[in-house]
Design a protein around this ligand. Sequence first.
Ligand SMILES: *[C@@H]1O[C@H](CO)[C@@H](O)[C@H](O)[C@H]1NC(C)=O
Ligand SMILES: *[C@@H]1O[C@H](CO)[C@@H](O)[C@H](O)[C@H]1NC(C)=O
Ligand SMILES: *[C@@H]1O[C@H](CO)[C@@H](O)[C@H](O)[C@H]1NC(C)=O
Ligand SMILES: CC(=O)N[C@H]1CO[C@H](CO)[C@@H](O)[C@@H]1O
Length: 564
Amino acid sequence: MAAFINLFSLLLILSLFTLITSQFHRSSTATFFPSLNFSFAATTAPNGGQWTLLQKSVGVSAMHMQLLHNNKVVIFDRTDFGPSNLTLPDGKCRYNDEVLHQDCTAHSLLYDVASNTFRPLMVQTDVWCSSGAVNSDGTLVQTGGYHDGDHKIRLFTPCLDELCDWIELQQNLTVQRWYSSDHILPDGRIIVVGGRRAFSYEFFPTVLNQKSVFYFPFLKETTDPKEENNLYPFLHLLPDGNLFVFANQRSVLLDYVNNKIVKEFPTIPGEKRTYPATGSSVLLPLRLNPAAAEVMICGGARGGAYMKAAKGIFVPASKTCGRLRVTDPDPKWVMEEMPSGRVMPDMLLLPTGAVIILNGAEKGTAGWEYAVDPSLNPVLYFPDEPDPSKRFTVLNPTPVARMYHSAATLLPDGRILVGGSNPHRWYNFTDVRYPTELSLEAFSPPYMDPVYSHLRPSILSVEGPTDNFISYGQEFSITFSLGLYQPVGEYIVTMVAPSFTTHSFAMNQRLMVLYIVSAEQLSTFAYKVTVYAPATANVAPPGYYMVFVVHQGVPSYCVWIRMK
Ligand SMILES: *[C@@H]1O[C@H](CO)[C@@H](O)[C@H](O)[C@H]1NC(C)=O
Ligand SMILES: *[C@@H]1O[C@H](CO)[C@@H](O)[C@H](O)[C@H]1NC(C)=O
Ligand SMILES: *[C@@H]1O[C@H](CO)[C@@H](O)[C@H](O)[C@H]1NC(C)=O
Ligand SMILES: CC(=O)N[C@H]1CO[C@H](CO)[C@@H](O)[C@@H]1O
């Protein structure tokens, strides 16, 4: 009996303590808007993150990846590469393959994050070096590819059962698109920009009786005669609704409604940044009604590096990153140095607002056998850290080289899915320098470390959506819990668009830090935070987003919301 009373009074004291700290917190969150200084907690991690081998082989090299709102990832390679190591089910085969008379293997698969299982999918025509975007309904729209696939538009709609597969549309792209980039627009259409010798852009779906293809000379001007260096242009939709387009070393602001270049930005110093001098690019986190937007581009290769790699001379990759406040009246590139040079980096926004740079190599360029010295260590970058010397942190290395044709994407729990690497023709596993990689790994950034599990929020419910939709500028509330008697500290709510990743560029990637309207404590372990959804479709085009509560630098598992 005495023991029971003691325990009871202890609980009482603890709950009073939590209540007091939360009172303090309540008054502060309601009035202040947190800065994006994420250097707390996660940087001082006693570790540099952890690599986990999820699957030794999924049978297909992961050249392209897209996370869908049912927490499954569509993965695909090219089709004209001979047999993969994954057999199609039910005796399915393709007979139009370019190298095999009959190909009964899969070149695409659906990976289920929660169960760590996968099943083969069937693409009919070649999706090699193609592009994509998820539309406002949550369907992946994939565009272009090679040869018989270069005009194709394919859809993959997530389903609850295990029956959904790729659908190829009868409707074709206006011109062939191989190495193009896609972006979803505020009106829900998808813009498809460029591709090899395709100096134009077009839209899907097309508008009846409207011109279907728009000449875009900027892409012709940025093509080098020998190396191209302008493929897979970097696209970022800015808060004013115009599209930032970067190719080679140049960038412009495109008003795609009137087919006009609104502005040309200064040339980025140093190396070339787009394929095959492949670097990567992100739009840094946006705030509500953002007046300011900033692009960050890292890595790449010197002009001539591709021709040299063809002769077996591997030039050190670019060490630099450039940041450009694209909304400034007279923006200038501000350059920084990564801890090491990198070509073919994947740059992803973490739920915390930090940037992770991973995959790629220290020398050479994109292309068959054109790079050496794999970059095995991811690097974390804190954009709001005032001291530039503290912005980069080197994390723990993977044992697997992820060279050309590798990819990475953010998962709903804050981990990064990493796969692919096939820097040579065919599926060779033995007699090549960097063998074809069929494995899938997960990288757990430092915030996933069990030492922070007491800080990790769990989202219990979301209030506000009507018929599962959230409107622009709408208030909605998230109830989350921490461990029992874990006092609440500083937290933010972020919203991340799932990106289509290939060739080191995560198309459609964007992160919004939501404005906190109010916060209250519901019980000893539950908190309710009310936020505004982004105000316009320019900031957050319609569709599905992952919403995270990030408490002291440690993100929750996301909830999916749908903006309309
Ligand atoms: C950001 O965090 C770092 C490390 O904790 C700290 O030194 C710095 O003063 C913070 N900056 C701002 C603007 O809060
Ligand atoms: C793929 O299949 C080939 C042929 O069956 C086999 O030799 C190879 O070891 C397999 N590779 C992997 C990584 O599963
Ligand atoms: C699309 O292109 C294919 C050839 O790749 C052709 O068979 C088909 O008729 C085209 N579709 C339309 C609607 O023109
Ligand atoms: C570079 C290399 O060794 N390529 C080989 C890869 O595998 C194919 C098919 O097995 C061979 O034909 C290539 O010679």
